[in-house]
Write a protein that binds this ligand. Structure first.
Ligand code: ZN
Ligand code: ZN
Length: 188
């Protein structure tokens, strides 16, 4: 949905604070083995996020109403401030943490939640960057911008991953760089 400049960027302030809160609550006090469990769970959470990012984008935002209609607005106007309000995304992650706390040891639940949130924060920042930042030609961000621009081509059904193209490669939805022309508003 359309957001104000302040609410569009609220993720970038709120999620680091949430990450710190989850880290303190789930790691204090913690033994070395609990800290290792936290770190391993956080790593798994980041990896799981990349798969969630791909799956939610491909099958929820592109196929299921009313999410498709909301996401279509972003495709129609890629440079506009359209996204998920922070109060909704933060509430969902806190609900995930609450659920995991019932199923897993405290460090594992906290680490997995922190990893998922870190992945979401990276996704939010990178999706903002590919649409609104300038990138040095040939650099990593320029490559990410071109890949996402191919996703924004009219009728394209490829390149659903933003933080990584690993799942696009695995599920054979990665396009080739020559599959331009790219979208006017998403070019680097
Ligand atoms: Zn899309
Ligand atoms: Zn986009």
């Amino acid at each position: 949905m359309h957001l104000t400049p302040w609410s569009y960027r609220a993720d970038f302030a709120v999620f680091p604070l949430l990450l710190a809160w989850v880290g303190v609550v789930s790691l204090r006090p913690a033994s070395p083995s609990q800290t290792e469990m936290w770190l391993a769970s956080a790593l798994a959470g980041v990896g799981l996020w990349t798969l969630l990012e791909y799956a939610l984008h491909r099958w929820l935002l592109h196929q299921l109403q009313p999410f498709k209609r909301l996401h279509d607005a972003h495709h129609a106007n890629p440079s506009q401030l359209i996204g998920t309000p922070t109060w909704i995304s933060a509430s969902l992650f806190i609900a995930v943490w609450w659920y995991l706390l019932r199923e897993l040891p405290r460090p594992a639940a906290g680490g997995a939640t922190a990893g998922l949130m870190l992945g979401y924060l990276a996704y939010s920042m990178l999706h903002d960057a590919v649409h609104h930042w300038r990138a040095a030609p040939g650099g990593w961000l320029a490559h990410a911008k071109l890949r996402h621009a191919r996703h924004h081509r009219a009728g394209a059904r490829s390149d659903f991953g933003v933080t990584t193209d690993a799942w696009d490669r695995l599920f054979r939805t990665a396009s080739t760089p020559s599959a331009a022309p790219v979208h006017r508003q998403a070019r680097p």
